[in-house]
Design a protein around this ligand. Structure first.
Ligand code: SF4
Length: 91
């Protein structure tokens, strides 16, 4: 159903005939860690997340898994062996 509280007009799982069923009946603004995320949207009431009604929870146990401005922690760091690298450059 379409939101009628904060993100007016956007489709929301928590909105029902009796109003918003999310904690407190409203969405909560983004937190400092959300700065730069593509999912943050600025409204007249403040800046809110398009995907999560309470951004603070997404950062509680590490990085937000929906964030667009950070890389996931699963990337491998490739270490170069300087000796092999120098041999490769001579070929
Ligand atoms: S997706 Fe995560 S990082 Fe981005 S605005 Fe929402 S809660 Fe914040």
């Amino acid at each position: 159903m379409l939101c009628q509280t904060i993100k007016v007009g956007t489709e929301c799982f928590f909105m029902g005939k009796q109003g918003c069923s999310f904690n407190g009946g409203i969405c909560y603004p983004v937190v400092e860690s959300c700065q730069g995320c593509g999912k943050a949207m600025t409204l007249s009431q403040g800046t809110y997340c398009q995907s999560c009604p309470e951004p603070q929870i997404k950062w509680k146990n590490g990085s937000c898994n929906l964030a667009t401005h950070i890389k996931s922690g699963t990337e491998k760091v490739v270490k170069l062996n300087p000796l092999k690298a120098s041999k490769r450059s001579r070929r």
